[in-house]
Design a protein. Structure first.
Length: 530
């Protein structure tokens, strides 16, 4: 037995261990040299920083509840995300817009006695150009485009017959009008013209779902009563001619009525008057923040005052640009194929129309358990709408959250189960997604109410913290912010002005070393354990 007073002879290191030790010593020496040269900044002592002050109310972005989506939708989103590398909330919004557009013509949802409405969704993603919304939409709207092509082929004979009948009708009408103009007509000719007008052949209704805002009301009333406006450039909606100073109120009202599922009458002096009734609309837009702010200013408060933006499920994802290395597309897309197959099945379910071409959707109801959960969700939000409540500043948005939860629950249920009663699982999942969007709205609209300088500081602060958390650093080169920072905050002068707000709050510093400029973030704000 070895005497405990005699130290053991150390075991000789193997060649592998010696190489590892030399490598570690070399790495330590290089890091020390680079820190001495200012290439790698040492992690600062937290005591060298003041206590950071909050810029705005203590709200934080939350991770998108991807697990709340039904399996078929979630797996398709994950599969596309692996290749496109777009923000997950943008992808999910594209998928949900596709589902909404497919189902909205078939079903309405009943929340309680006397409280019924469409299942259509309005979705708005606030993000820079280049986040690949068009690409994402193209994956999830493939069945809609194929459906439109198939329906156009089926209706081709009907269209040809209609054009022939219309040409004959127009020739008869022209002959009567010509006779009246020449003085050859009589009161009988006028009566004949009146009778002929009632015989004008109706155009066949050809399902076409993907639309632009132009002539939207006429299209829904005369061509097909279900439509979707899905675009990576929300300027086509919010910056369109129809959103000019003289017509913005009229067009915001149209969108609000369509979201509610009501009737909207169009009165004209020089052409036909008509009513949009039994129509459904899905909206899925991406907009850059400066464009949205400009729309707010141009609308003179109408965008929120009319409840237009309150109806949207808002997302403002962190950009993935700069972190999307190229990968080859997969040889197959089984999860996306399953999603698109289900959408195609729904699209090929015939929508019910009345004699005037208006939709007459079936009504879905909540199960007793789901209704109890919906009531609890509604009441939890309602309490926070009072003065001093957490949602008081966004009470217009929050007041629509329970309605959106019922709509989304109906979409989840139909997509996974078909018709019947909406169960508790669908309602709870939908409530989680809507609550996430409500938090996003709270964050954005809270910043929107701030002075521009403080709003810029809040945006840059959020971006810096996300960058540091992801890269496990406290030090960001200023040129990185100029390349990849928030849109509108990439110019040197703007960055320096915004950094003064962050320095006064003790949250970050602009550090100059010769010609090099770095931004150092207060380490008290970082938690690299997450």
């Amino acid at each position: 037995m070895m005497d405990p007073a005699i130290p053991p002879v150390p075991r000789p290191m193997s060649a592998t261990e010696r190489a590892a030790q030399r490598g570690a010593e070399y790495l330590d020496r290089v890091i020390a040299e680079r820190r001495g040269a200012g290439v790698i900044a040492p992690m600062p002592d937290p005591h060298d920083w003041p206590e950071p002050s909050p810029l705005v109310a203590a709200l934080k972005p939350e991770s998108y509840p991807l697990d709340a989506l039904p399996d078929t939708i979630r797996k398709a989103v994950e599969e596309v995300r692996a290749f496109a590398k777009a923000p997950v909330s943008l992808l999910a919004s594209s998928a949900l817009a596709s589902v909404s557009l497919a189902i909205q013509a078939l079903y309405d949802v009943k929340r309680a006695d006397g409280l019924t409405g469409p299942v259509s969704l309005f979705l708005l993603t606030i993000a820079d150009s280049g986040e690949r919304k068009s690409t994402c939409d193209s994956y999830f709207t493939l069945p809609h485009r194929e459906y439109e092509k198939e329906q156009a082929g089926r209706k081709k004979p009907d269209l040809q017959e209609y054009r022939a009948k219309l040409a004959a009708w127009e020739a008869k009408r022209a002959a009567i009008l010509n006779a009246i103009r020449k003085g050859e007509g009589t009161s009988g000719s006028e009566r004949e013209l009146y009778d002929l007008q009632k015989q004008k052949p109706p155009a066949p209704r050809v399902p076409k779902l993907l639309r632009t805002p132009e002539n939207l009301a006429y299209i829904l009333a005369h061509q097909w009563p279900s439509a979707g406006i899905l675009s990576s450039d929300a300027g086509i909606v919010l910056g369109a001619h129809g959103m000019g100073q003289d017509s913005i109120m009229r067009n915001l009202t149209l969108y609000n009525v369509l979201w509610d599922g009501g009737e909207h009458s169009i009165g004209r002096k020089t052409s036909e008057c008509y009513t949009v009734r039994g129509a459904r609309l899905t909206v899925g837009l991406q907009i850059q923040e400066p464009t949205l702010r400009e729309f707010f200013e141009r609308s003179s408060g109408l965008a929120r005052g009319t409840g237009f933006l309150a109806r949207f499920l808002v997302a403002r994802p962190e950009s993935t640009q700069g972190y999307r290395p190229f990968t080859d597309p997969p040889s197959s897309w089984p999860m996306l194929a399953a999603f698109n197959q289900r959408v195609s099945e729904i699209l090929n379910t015939e929508a019910k129309l009345d004699d005037d071409g208006a939709l007459t959707p079936d009504m879905l109801a909540l199960s007793p358990e789901a209704k109890d959960a919906w009531r609890a969700f509604h009441d939890a939000i309602e309490v926070e709408l009072r003065t001093g409540g957490e949602l008081y500043d966004v009470r217009d948005v929050a007041s629509k959250a329970a309605d959106n939860a019922a709509r989304l629950a109906a979409l989840f249920h139909v997509f996974e189960c078909g018709g019947g009663t909406i169960g508790l699982e669908s309602l709870e999942a939908a409530s989680r997604v809507v609550a996430w969007h409500l938090n996003e709205s709270h964050l954005f609209f809270g910043e929107l109410a701030l002075p521009p300088e403080l709003a810029n500081a809040a945006r840059l602060d959020s971006w810096l913290l996300n960058y540091c958390q992801r890269e496990r650093t406290h030090n960001i080169p200023a040129r990185t912010v100029q390349q990849f920072g928030p849109h509108g905050l990439r110019q040197r002068a703007v960055i320096e002005a915004t950094m003064r707000e962050l320095e006064e709050s003790g949250r970050a510093r602009l550090v100059r070393k010769g010609r090099r400029k770095d931004i150092h973030v207060n380490p008290a704000l970082l938690d690299w354990g997450k």
